[in-house]
Design a protein around this ligand. Structure first.
Ligand SMILES: Nc1nc2c(ncn2[C@@H]2O[C@H](COP(=O)(O)OP(=O)(O)O)[C@@H](O)[C@H]2O)c(=O)[nH]1
Ligand SMILES: [Mg+2]
Length: 317
């Protein structure tokens, strides 16, 4: 699956546009107010702009870099009129995002031979891991792939049940063992089973918090190792799920997880109903990890391939 070519210059409409309305409101409305009636770009205008970007959850450092870039353009006289600000900022944001996108692990050519692909989903409790796994399973089921969901969050019985309910709904196999089973052993057995069946995708649902004294990151690393024992490249992806409504806290979580595990890509959830969507830009720019998908609702269809241009056009109109 390749990233879709952005709809160049076209104003995007539809679901993404609707669901990102709060973020767009926070960013665009204030920017429009700021530039209306202004004739020149002076330091006070840039200061107000900095405040707008900063309070849109883009983050201090990323905001600083955007403003610095604008100042240079003003000095070089390639930016003179306030009405140019918006399009220049948009292009800067898109280039920040593009720089981190690179070849996402999801950029698998559609014609590649089908092979077992193992993805481990990580993230703290409540960010939307299990829901996102269900959406992803639904997405790949629609392409005719065989999907197996693995319940490696073994401490909570409710977590296993929740995965089972989703698996039934989307037509995915479920692999689970008893509550309290060793997650590494569950994953080992699941991958053996997946190899024996004709499975295309194995999605591992992991714990977001441990109730024992052991360390979450150590447990996740162990799952990673165990997966690799049966299939040398597994897990092919470690996908970090972050809740956009937590704003700057999501950036902090991304740092913790990516320092311990080789996070290959990020999925941002709950972009509907939050004005903190700017955090996507901060995360991408700070972490340099591609964003593969974004989620904009609780339903199975509320998952989109992340496209930098479409995203920026929808938050900045
Ligand atoms: N509005 C909204 N809610 C979401 C989204 N993704 C997940 N949720 C909700 O977030 C809550 C926690 O999700 P869950 O998948 O159980 O999180 P987990 O603990 O990380 O597995 C549930 O009520 C989900 O319906 C999203 O994109 N938008
Ligand atoms: Mg869960």
């Amino acid at each position: 699956m390749l990233y879709k070519e952005p709809a160049n210059g076209k104003v995007p409409a539809g679901r993404l546009w609707d669901r990102l309305s709060k973020t767009r409101g926070r960013l665009t409305d204030r920017l429009n107010t700021l530039i209306t009636g202004r004739k020149v770009i002076d330091p006070s205008l840039l200061e107000d702009l900095e405040e707008i970007l900063f309070t849109s959850d883009i983050g201090v450092e990323t905001t600083g870099q955007l403003i610095e870039g604008l100042k240079q353009r003003v000095d070089q006289k390639s930016l003179e009129k306030p009405e140019q600000l918006k399009s220049i900022l948009k292009e800067e944001m898109i280039s920040f995002l593009d720089a981190s996108q690179g070849l996402s692990a999801f950029n698998i050519p559609e014609k590649a031979p089908r092979a077992l692909h193992v993805i481990m989903f990580v993230g703290v409790n409540g960010v939307g891991k299990t829901t996102t796994i269900a959406k992803m399973a639904h997405y790949f089921r629609a392409q005719g792939q065989q999907v197996m969901l693995v319940a490696a969050d073994t401490f909570r019985a409710a977590a296993i049940e929740q995965l089972q309910i989703w698996g039934d709904r989307v037509g995915a196999d479920i692999f689970s063992q008893k509550r309290g089973a060793d997650p590494g052993a569950v994953v080992f057995d699941a991958i053996s089973a997946a190899k024996a069946r004709n499975t295309d995708k194995v999605f591992i649902d992991t714990a977001g918090r441990l109730h024992t004294k052991s360390n979450l990151m150590e447990e996740l690393k162990k799952i990673q190792r165990v997966a690799g024992q049966l299939l040398s490249e597994a897990p092919h992806q470690v996908t970090l799920i972050l809740d956009a409504t937590t704003g700057q806290n999501a950036i902090a979580q991304a740092h913790v997880f990516s320092q311990s595990l080789g996070v290959t890509d990020i999925i941002l959830t709950k972009l509907d109903g939050t004005a903190k969507g700017g955090v996507v830009i901060g995360i991408s720019q700070r972490l340099r990890i591609p964003i593969s998908f974004i989620c904009t609702g609780e339903g199975l269809e509320d998952l989109e391939i992340f496209n930098p241009r479409e995203f920026v056009e929808a938050i900045f109109a």
